[in-house]
Design a protein around this ligand. Structure first.
Ligand SMILES: Nc1nc2c(ncn2[C@@H]2O[C@H](COP(=O)(O)OP(=O)(O)OP(=O)(O)O)[C@@H](O)[C@H]2O)c(=O)[nH]1
Ligand SMILES: [Zn+2]
Length: 233
């Protein structure tokens, strides 16, 4: 294959992967791979319909593995897994579960950074569908608006409840905070353990993965250092 053909193929593959956004579908999103790749018909089924379909398919997976679903302990598993996927661990794929955020004026005139640290989250790796367990630390410097503290945690949980890669999770949290708080001044740092790295494959039980995003004033060295100091990093 000539170099140009290789480049073209790469572009085609990437384009297919990132065409569909969870906010909007359109060409303007080609290149904005911050969005979870979603099918065009992603929101057509009700939760009940999704659960029924996943139950059916999961039953088939278990039977293919050789399990006898007449066993008392196993017979409810396909339904349990389906409900867990739709209502719990992948509930962040559905915008109806996005946390409602009320914005308040910064009447306290607090203009230093606010850090919400050690937000424990459970996500799942989109390559293997096994858990990612980690801590997210987020910070913002108000541009005149503030939100309730718990909403910072809720935003982290919403995006964690999707099949994820850590880089995208980091960027989705940062982008949402920038939108909600109407400021570029956002920092996000995630330190997480990927069970696909520790419990299988390379089986490295000690390594963790750190990703970060620094926007606006956090791009200045002193501000970034202050944020990291609060995290004891
Ligand atoms: N960049 C990135 N990679 C991830 C993340 N979670 C898991 N991975 C990696 O995704 C890769 C998938 O690689 P493949 O070679 O296709 O899969 P695999 O054969 O199961 O790879 P091994 O885990 O090395 O056995 C692995 O290296 C994972 O460690 C993540 O959040 N970000
Ligand atoms: Zn994985």
């Amino acid at each position: 294959m000539k170099p140009n053909e290789i480049l073209l193929n790469t572009l085609l593959v990437d384009k297919d992967k990132i065409m569909f956004s969870d906010e909007e579908i359109g060409d303007e999103h080609i290149g904005t791979s911050v969005d979870t790749p979603l099918r065009e018909d992603a929101f057509q089924l009700s939760d009940e319909e999704k659960i029924a379909k996943i139950e059916l398919h999961f039953k088939e997976i278990m039977e293919t593995l050789g399990l006898d679903l007449r066993d008392d302990s196993l017979k409810g598993t396909p339904k349990r897994v389906a409900k867990m996927y739709v209502q719990e661990i992948f509930s962040g794929l559905d915008p109806k579960n996005k946390p409602a955020i009320a914005l308040f004026d910064n009447k306290y005139k607090y203009d230093e950074m606010l850090v919400e640290k050690n937000i424990t989250f459970y996500s799942n790796c989109e390559h293997h569908f096994v858990p990612i367990i980690g801590k997210a630390h987020v910070a913002y410097i108000s541009s005149g608006k503030v939100i309730g503290l718990s909403k910072l945690n809720r935003i982290v949980q919403y995006f964690a409840k999707r099949p994820q890669v850590q880089e995208r999770l980091t960027m989705q949290i940062a982008r949402e905070l920038q939108e909600v708080l109407q400021t570029e001044n956002i920092a996000v740092l995630i330190d997480a353990k990927h069970l696909c790295v520790s419990s299988r494959g390379i089986k490295d039980d000690t390594s963790t993965t750190v990703t970060s995003y620094y926007g606006g004033k956090f791009q200045e060295d002193a501000t970034r250092q202050e944020f990291l100091k609060y995290l004891n990093l």
